[in-house]
Design a binder for this molecule. Structure first.
Ligand SMILES: [Zn+2]
Length: 248
C-alpha cells in the first residue's frame, strides 16, 4: 500500500492513469487493489460465487461523454426505479440532480481513482447475459442477491480485505448502489485530498454541459454527491475523514 507518491490533482480527477493496472484483472483497476481483490475472489469462489468486475477504472474523458450525453438527452436519465425521465420537464438544477443520482460529475467519480469497482456474480447468469447493474439485479430476490448478502456479511465482519460499500444507503444524493465496492485503505487516502473549492477549480471546464448550474450549486453538490461520509467507511478508517468532514 505504499506505492502512491502520486495523489496529484490529475490522478484524483481521472486524467492520469500511470497507477492503473490494465491487464491483471478483467477490468483496469489501481495496481494496489489487485492483490486484495484476488483474495476476496478466492473466498467468494469457495462460497460458490464467481465474483467479477463489471466496471473498474474510468477516465475523465469517458465520464465527460456519459455526463454530456445525459445532459443533452442522447442518453436516458432515469429515476430511482429506472424509468426514463422527460428532461424537458426539468429545470437545469433538477436535471443536474437527476443525472447525479446515477452518474458522477466528470472528474469527481471514485472510479477515476481505480479504487472503486462495480461487481456481479458471473456464475449466476448465462454467458450472454446483458448486465444492467440495476437495483432489481442486486436485490435479495435478484440474480446477484446471494452474492450481495455474502458480501454484506464479509463487510460487516471486517473480513472483506478492505472492501466496503460507499453507496449502501440512500442519503438523498447518489442512489443506493449495492454493486459498487470501494477499497477503503486507498480510497480514504484519495478522498482525504478532496477540498470543495480546489476541486471545482480543477473540474470547471467549458466542455462540461450544465457547468453554470453546477457552479451555482457547487457546495451542495460536493457535500451531497461527492463526499462519502466517514460513517460509511469501515470503523478504522473513519477518523481519517471526520476532521475534514466537520469543515464541509
Ligand atoms: Zn460504480
Amino acid at each position: 500500500m505504499n506505492s502512491i507518491p502520486l495523489l496529484t490533482p490529475a490522478v484524483l480527477t481521472g486524467s492520469d492513469d500511470n497507477f492503473i493496472d490494465h491487464s491483471s484483472l478483467e477490468r483496469p483497476v489501481h495496481r494496489d487493489i489487485v492483490a486484495p481483490w484476488r483474495s476476496l475472489v478466492a473466498e467468494a469462489r469457495a462460497a460458490g460465487f464467481d465474483l467479477a468486475i463489471a466496471s473498474g477504472y474510468r477516465n475523465y474523458q469517458r465520464q465527460l461523454q456519459i455526463w454530456n450525453a445525459k445532459a443533452c438527452g442522447e442518453r436516458a436519465v432515469v429515476d430511482l426505479e429506472g424509468i426514463p425521465l422527460d428532461i424537458n420537464a426539468l429545470d437545469e438544477w433538477q436535471l443536474v440532480q437527476a443525472i447525479l443520482r446515477w452518474s458522477a460529475l466528470p472528474g469527481a467519480s471514485r472510479h477515476h481513482w481505480g479504487t472503486d469497482i462495480d461487481v456481479y456474480d458471473r456464475a449466476a447468469v448465462p454467458a450472454d447475459y446483458q448486465l444492467q447493474l440495476s437495483a432489481a439485479e442486486a436485490a435479495d430476490t435478484g440474480p446477484f442477491g446471494a452474492l450481495h448478502r455474502w458480501l454484506d456479511q464479509r463487510i460487516e465482519a471486517g473480513t472483506a480485505f478492505g472492501f466496503f460499500r460507499p453507496y449502501a444507503h440512500d442519503r438523498g444524493g447518489i442512489a443506493p448502489e449495492r454493486w459498487h465496492l470501494s477499497y477503503a485503505p486507498l480510497a480514504v487516502r484519495c478522498q482525504r485530498q478532496l477540498r470543495v473549492d480546489q476541486l471545482w477549480a480543477e473540474l470547471n471546464s467549458p466542455s462540461l454541459a450544465l457547468g453554470a448550474t453546477v457552479a451555482q450549486h457547487w457546495p451542495t453538490i460536493f457535500a451531497r454527491y461527492i463526499w462519502v461520509p466517514a460513517q460509511a467507511y469501515p470503523t478504522q478508517f473513519r477518523e481519517h475523514l471526520s476532521e475534514i468532514e466537520s469543515r464541509i
